[in-house]
Design a protein around this ligand. Structure first.
Ligand SMILES: Cc1cc2nc3c(=O)[nH]c(=O)nc-3n(C[C@H](O)[C@H](O)[C@H](O)COP(=O)(O)OP(=O)(O)OC[C@H]3O[C@@H](n4cnc5c(N)ncnc54)[C@H](O)[C@@H]3O)c2cc1C
Length: 453
């Protein structure tokens, strides 16, 4: 195992900086047991790290141990409807291996870098297909982990359904996961269409989209009060052929939209003119997606995006809160007004479109953000900076006041009160169980100490 001391490590885009006393890169389960059972060489808190692509600060404290799981990245075995992999396998790596066998993941999240262990124990999102989930961990059937005491355990849906519910939201607080088993399915061609709508029409058409069996994702343009809806549906009649449609979209998301947004910001000092050019940029984006990203037979795997480390200025940052379907469209209108008022107040405007997902009810994970019923989300996005971070603090208040539910790993700057309001008794149950599993707080860092206390 590779061991480094007193290193400085940044999250993928440099937002968060960590100074662990030890950074260990285990290659085997024996290495993990050694880490857990030797608090002198590997000081607490011991925090597992995947690709470090979370937008919230997730990967440990000054002076603790960061366990980089990316070297444990083998795909272990397949059955007809599951695959078992090591913790550090990425979503992209898995999707490519599945494609070769005529299989696909149930959920093809946009991000390809996320590791399977993080998918198993932290929140994820994608628009839900009919009868399906939007959170990847809900398809995880078993994990093997090393407990805070250094014991090896297997937890499965069949034998321990209640415990699986907690593990799916355990964020590396109940042990280091080294193996994940997840359900997969035969590859099915997917149709995709985009429509540009006013908020009012989105409200009107959403129930129709759902009734017709579409998975609904959308881009929100709060300053224009418009939405670009992305509708996806399985198309078992066709053979998958197209991947370029997704690649156009992916390039926009990963690179061109942030690059053009920054170029506009840097080169047009006159605010009025800048806003006009920004509006035109977003108008063009909507038209391009409507006209070019449409097909009856795409490869589902092609949706997945590689966001490389150190992206420089052209990065895509976001936060996410989910809201119950019932009052959602009023909140969406209020969100547009909130963004406009915030700009009038401070001069700051998010320079990328917000996004959102329609996600089915899901009680498979304890901190599911659709525990009480189906939700729709609002995820502001930007290329970052101090003003963006200030905006997120105000946005958190806006959402919490409207009973939104956040994601521990994808909603930066949460407060204890916001988390308490969102999860209520589930927070207490989780905190109590965590204490039983890890009474010496071997894996508890300051982030979770604050939010769970
Ligand atoms: C540009 C960008 C786009 C994104 N797009 C999407 C998207 O489309 N859909 C989506 O769902 N998410 C998306 N995300 C968010 C991202 O998927 C999640 O934050 C995810 O948790 C990151 O996984 P990671 O491997 O980087 O894990 P990390 O961020 O390193 O860790 C996440 C959590 O998992 C724990 N963990 C990691 N490995 C282990 C292990 N072996 N055992 C126990 N605990 C472990 C960590 O301790 C931490 O609590 C995006 C993020 C970025 C930056």
């Amino acid at each position: 195992m590779d061991i480094q001391q007193d290193v400085t490590i940044k999250s993928w885009d440099g937002t968060w900086t960590y100074h662990p006393h030890v950074r260990a890169t285990p290659e085997s389960v024996e290495d993990l047991v050694e880490i857990m059972t030797d608090p002198v060489r590997f000081p607490s808190p011991v925090r597992p790290a995947g690709s470090m692509h979370s937008t919230a600060r997730m990967n440990g404290d000054e002076g603790g141990t960061m366990v980089d799981m990316k070297a444990m990245n083998r795909i272990l075995h397949f059955t007809d409807d599951t695959v078992t992999v090591e913790a550090g396998v990425t979503h992209m790596q898995l999707a490519n291996a599945l494609k070769e066998r005529g299989l696909q993941p149930y959920i093809t999240t946009e991000i390809g870098n996320v590791t399977l262990a993080a998918m198993a124990c932290a929140a994820t999102k994608d628009s839900s297909f009919p009868g399906g989930f939007g959170q990847v961990s809900s398809y995880v059937t078993a994990v093997r982990l090393v407990t805070p005491q250094g014991e090896i355990r297997e937890i499965s849906e069949v034998d321990n359904p209640k415990e699986m519910q907690i593990i799916r939201s355990s964020y590396g607080l109940f042990g280091i996961i080294f193996e994940v088993t997840i359900k997969v399915r035969p590859t099915t061609a997917m149709s995709v269409r985009h429509y540009s709508l006013s908020i009012e029409n989105f409200r009107k058409f959403f129930p129709i989209y759902r009734a017709r069996g579409y998975a609904v994702m959308y881009y929100i343009f709060p300053y224009a009060k418009r939405v670009l809806v992305e509708l996806r549906k399985d198309n078992p009649e066709a053979k998958p052929r197209s991947k370029y449609r997704w690649q156009y979209r992916n390039r926009f998301w990963r690179k061109y939209a942030p690059a053009v947004a920054l170029w506009i910001q840097h080169t047009i000092p006159n605010v009025k003119l800048r806003r006009m050019v920004e509006d035109f940029h977003f108008y063009l984006l909507r038209q391009l997606l409507v006209w070019f990203v449409r097909s009856e037979r795409t490869w589902p795997h092609a949706q997945i995006i590689n966001y490389p480390r150190d992206p420089g200025e052209n990065k895509y940052l976001f936060s996410m809160w989910a809201f119950r379907e019932g009052g959602y469209f009023d909140i969406l209108e209020e969100y547009c007004d909130f963004c406009i008022a915030y700009e009038q107040h401070t001069g700051y405007r998010c320079n990328l479109p917000s996004v959102g997902y329609a996600i089915a009810r899901d009680v498979e994970a304890m901190f599911s953000y659709s525990w009480e019923g189906a939700t729709l989300s609002i995820d502001p996005a930007s290329t970052g900076g101090p003003e963006w971070e200030e905006f997120l603090h105000a946005y958190n208040d806006f959402c919490s006041e409207r009973r939104g539910v956040p994601l521990f790993n994808q909603t930066p700057f949460l407060t204890r009160e916001q988390v308490r309001r969102a999860f209520g008794a589930r927070l207490q149950q989780f905190a109590a169980r965590r204490k039983e599993v890890d009474p010496k707080n071997r894996m508890l860092d300051s982030y979770f100490r604050e939010l769970l206390s």
